[in-house]
Each structure stands twice: as structure tokens, then as C-alpha cells.
Design a protein around this ligand. Structure first.
Ligand code: ATR
Length: 289
């Protein structure tokens, strides 16, 4: 890494968010850049809301190649772009910026990264908990991947209804979404169901956003977007013999998708496995402290 920093022809990639100090992206992206022999370096910057647009516009003037955008700036990034990908358009949010000459191009790799982290497996039905930005990326991806039935559960029903109607205009099959309150969760668990937990409940403490089920049918997979800990919902599914994946796979795969875009590489050329290993090591190390 030091030898890269000593270069005078360094290319920069950025993470823009607030906060960013906890982020694993600098670790996984710099390791990948190093392995690829790139002369680029990835840096994180905490950016206040009112400075976001001027920071983005300054980066290409400094020779930056691109940036990742995280909470709370993804919708703001969407508005700054001159052009966006179809998937970013459908999500109304951008997590990846690419500076192409005068143009600011925006993409959203969250949904595709999440789908890759599941091994692009097919499920007959999906139950998505939450109706915020992460749920939007997940639902859009599920619909475009042909999941035939999607139950959307949220504390605020009007927000889930709004997401359903947005997605019905953005995807050909948006009408397959049904909206439910959180307490309906146990009865919606049928065989061959993918459950996706997208809310922030579970980041701390032992709370679950939904009532915990007493048993699980076969072929249920819980995809929990939280990654730094075992949530109450994850622990319950593990105890009941369900398959569980945390959000680390999504974090790494969306980052790998962004890296492929910036470097003009195929996704398969990005060392995703190595990124996952260093991220897992860091998370487990932090838990031991
Ligand atoms: P993100 O972009 O990470 O998805 P967000 O847009 O703020 O974040 O959405 C947060 C989600 O977590 C929402 O679905 C929110 O439910 P509401 O729409 O009812 O606010 C959900 N959420 C947050 N705190 C919650 C809580 N204590 N119980 C249940 N749901 C909660």
C-alpha cells in the first residue's frame, strides 16, 4: 500500500457518506486494488449534506475515477448525476459514481450485489421486512429476477404501499407485491421462501422487527442485511434449522460490482472471495475485542 501512496500518478476512488468511520469498504476495496496491481487508492470521506454536491463536482477535477455513496446521500447522488443506469433510475438512488470526462454517471450496485451474494438462487416466494432504501433495491432485484410472489412487511403500511406503487411502474411485474403488517410474519413463512430483513432493527440489542416463528418449513433462507452481529432473528432461524446469510456478502459483492465498473473489468476478474475473507476476519476480530 505504501508504494502506491508514494506515486505521483495516483488515481483515487472515494467513499462519501456520513458517518463513514465504521465502514469496511476502504479495507476490502484497497485489498482488491492491491491484488489487481492497480495504481488507484480508495479513501473514505465524511461529507455533510450541504457539501455533498460541491464535493462530488470537485472530485473529477482532482482526477478521481469514481466514488461509492452511502447513507445518507444515495438519493442526493442520484440527483447530481448527468446520466444514470436503468437500475439506478428504478431505485431513485445511486451508490456508485463514475466520472467520465465532463459527465457524472450513476449506477446502483446494491441489488445486484445482494443477488450475487445469494448465489443468484431461485425462490418461489419472498418475504421482505422493511420498506426503506435497502428494501427498494432488494424488491426491484427480486422482481426483475422473476420471483413470482413477494410479501412486503413494514411498520408503516403507507410507506410499503408507496414502495409497491413505485415499483409497479418501474418493473413489469410490480403488481405481484402484497403488503402486510409486521405481525403477519410467522404465517407468511411457507416452504421455499426467501426472507430478507432490511430494517435497522437488530443493529443493537436483542430486538426483532417481526414476531419470531416457532417452527420453519423446509427450504427457508434468511438473508439478513445486518452483518456485524448475530441478530435475534438470525439466532432464531439458526436454532430452527433454517439457512441464514448475513449482509457481508452483499457488502462485498456490491463493492466488487462498483470496482468492475470503475476499472472496466468483468465482475469475475474482481477478487471477491479475498474481499469476503478480509471483511469476515475484520468483523470477527472486532467482536473479540
Ligand atoms: P435503509 O435505507 O437502510 O433501508 P430507511 O430508509 O431509513 O433505511 O428505512 C428503515 C426501515 O427500517 C423502514 O422500513 C423502517 O420502518 P418505517 O417505514 O415504519 O419507519 C424500519 N424500521 C426502523 N426502525 C424500526 C423499528 N423500531 N421497528 C420496525 N421497523 C423499523
Amino acid at each position: 500500500m505504501n508504494s502506491v501512496l508514494e506515486r505521483a500518478d495516483l488515481a483515487t476512488l472515494w467513499l462519501l457518506g456520513n458517518p463513514v468511520s465504521h465502514s469496511l469498504s476502504p479495507l476490502i476495496q484497497n485489498r482488491a486494488l492491491q491484488q489487481l496491481g492497480s495504481k488507484a487508492v480508495y479513501l473514505a470521506a465524511r461529507v455533510e449534506e450541504e457539501n455533498f454536491e460541491s464535493v462530488v463536482r470537485a472530485l473529477p477535477k482532482l482526477g478521481a475515477v469514481g466514488a461509492n455513496v452511502t447513507v445518507p446521500h444515495k438519493e442526493r447522488a442520484f440527483r447530481v448525476c448527468d446520466r444514470v443506469s436503468d437500475r439506478a433510475q428504478a431505485m431513485g438512488a445511486v451508490n456508485t459514481l463514475l466520472f467520465r470526462g465532463q459527465e457524472i454517471y450513476g449506477d446502483n450496485t446494491d441489488g445486484a450485489g445482494w443477488w450475487r451474494s445469494l448465489g443468484q438462487r431461485c425462490f418461489e416466494r419472498a418475504v421482505v421486512i422493511g420498506a426503506g432504501g435497502a428494501a427498494r433495491a432488494v424488491c426491484y432485484t427480486l422482481l426483475t429476477q422473476g420471483v413470482s410472489r413477494l410479501a412486503l412487511l413494514n411498520r408503516t403500511l403507507s410507506r410499503a404501499e408507496a414502495l409497491r406503487s413505485e415499483l409497479s411502474s418501474a418493473t413489469p411485474d410490480g403488481g405481484r407485491i402484497e403488503v402486510f403488517s409486521l405481525d403477519r410474519f410467522p404465517e407468511l413463512l411457507q416452504s421455499n421462501t426467501l426472507v430478507v430483513q432490511t430494517t435497522s432493527v437488530g443493529l443493537e440489542g436483542d430486538l426483532s422487527p417481526v414476531p419470531l416463528p416457532e417452527s420453519l418449513p423446509t427450504g427457508v433462507l434468511l438473508s439478513e442485511l445486518i452483518y456485524a452481529r448475530t441478530t435475534a432473528l438470525m439466532a432464531c432461524f439458526q436454532e430452527l434449522g433454517g439457512e441464514v446469510q448475513d449482509g457481508l456478502g452483499m457488502l462485498c459483492a456490491q463493492g466488487a460490482e462498483s470496482l468492475a465498473l470503475w476499472l472496466g473489468l468483468e465482475f469475475e476478474e474482481i477478487p471477491l472471495q479475498m474481499m469476503l475473507e478480509v471483511a469476515r476476519e475484520r468483523v470477527l476480530g472486532a467482536r473479540d475485542v
